[in-house]
Write a new protein. Structure first.
Length: 370
């Protein structure tokens, strides 16, 4: 399950998981994605007397929580869920200003970069991805067309929605993974972590500022997602893997444009997103990993579509953001490749980092001892 949420390029000799296990795993993930949304839709309806589309956003932190628990363990996922509940309202408020919103996203990007030294960046990567939506385009409440970012009741509800979404996988998944060891963590050296941190921080901060400075640029969280998910780390020698991943997301965006042009119901679009997630995860556990990048793109967009008033144009926006984000990542990757080649020619400085000294690429224990 852990590999479903990672972005590394699979080797050519990769052996896929048996189809039966892939189907079971995909079913578990889909269930853990839907349940938090259903719970929060029910709770908000009982309390407010209205069906709150914003409650379906619990599915977004649920996906992040699944990735965190499956790769880093229960403790990490629980702490991340608590942090998510605390930072969600801060993200919504910070998004009222391009400066504060960009600064907050920059801080989260720095955090991801530093976690790479402990091999935890992939476990936490989806949290800033989902938080970018709260910063840039939070959901409206009670059928309103605009969002009051300073409404305390709204902020408390969104904090609860994000917490429930992230916490339920952390609570349930350990019981489902008792006999399944987690994949080994790969701590990166300071020489690898530094250019990666600088690259994603600069790209995320600048992109967030530009998007927030242009209110008509709805759905701008897509561009942040592309940057964070596609940005490479390590001894990158070629741009080919990054370019292939970006091309996969572009193909997925075109697919989304086609789907949204044929469907008007938000409920149907949400269900389409779940179907796309199943396809993506089955592919991710197999040998055709490129299918994962194609279908995961429209899947995440469709799950977000329940609160968009411009659903008909969301596909085009997603396609444009993918292209822009892809170009930025390619530029950043080209700089990283140049740095890697320069470092090899001139020799790297001693890279003994006291923070990560002694970390080994050893498997993480199963959930019972996480």
């Amino acid at each position: 399950m852990a590999s479903a949420m990672t972005i590394t390029t699979a080797p050519a000799t990769r052996k896929g998981m048996p189809m039966k296990k892939r189907l079971v795993l995909a079913a578990v993930i889909i269930t853990l994605t839907i349940v938090p949304a259903l719970i929060m839709v029910a709770v908000t309806y009982i309390v407010t007397g209205e069906v709150q589309a914003a409650a379906t956003w619990a599915s977004i932190p649920a996906i992040a929580g699944i990735a965190a628990e499956a790769t880093a363990g229960r403790r990490f996922a629980v702490v991340a869920a608590i942090a998510t509940a605390m930072i969600a309202p801060v993200c919504i408020v910070a998004g009222a200003s391009p400066v504060s919103g960009a600064g907050l996203m920059g801080i989260m990007a720095i955090t991801i970069g530093q976690l790479s030294k402990f091999g935890l960046h992939k476990s936490a990567l989806l949290y800033p991805v989902m938080m970018s939506w709260a910063v840039i385009d939070p959901p409206a409440w009670a059928g309103q067309t605009t969002v009051d970012r300073f409404d305390e009741s709204y902020l408390l509800w969104m904090s609860l929605i994000f917490f429930v979404g992230a916490f339920i996988p952390a609570l349930v998944l350990p019981f489902l993974m008792r006999k399944r060891p987690r994949p080994p963590r790969k701590p990166y050296s300071r020489d690898d972590a530094l250019p990666y941190t600088v690259m994603i921080t600069v790209l995320v901060t600048v992109s967030t500022f530009v998007v927030l400075s242009n209110p008509k640029w709805y759905g701008g969280g897509f561009i942040i997602a592309v940057i964070l998910i596609m940005a490479p780390i390590g001894d990158t020698q070629t741009l080919k893997p990054t370019i292939m991943r970006i091309l996969g997301t572009v193909v997925g965006s075109v697919l989304l444009v086609v789907v949204l042009s044929q469907v008007d119901s938000l409920t149907v679009i949400y269900l389409v997103g779940l179907v796309f997630i199943v396809i993506a995860l089955i592919a991710r556990f197999g040998t055709h990993v490129w299918i994962y990048y194609v279908f995961m793109v429209p899947a995440t967009a469709a799950l977000n579509a329940t609160t968009f008033s411009q659903v008909g144009q969301l596909g085009e926006q997603r396609l444009g953001d993918n292209i822009i984000g892809g170009i930025l990542v390619i530029i950043g990757s080209a700089i990283a490749v140049s740095y890697s080649h320069w470092a090899q020619r001139h020799g790297r400085a001693h890279d003994d980092d006291p923070e990560t000294h002694g970390l080994q690429e050893t498997p993480v224990p199963a959930a019972s001892s996480a």
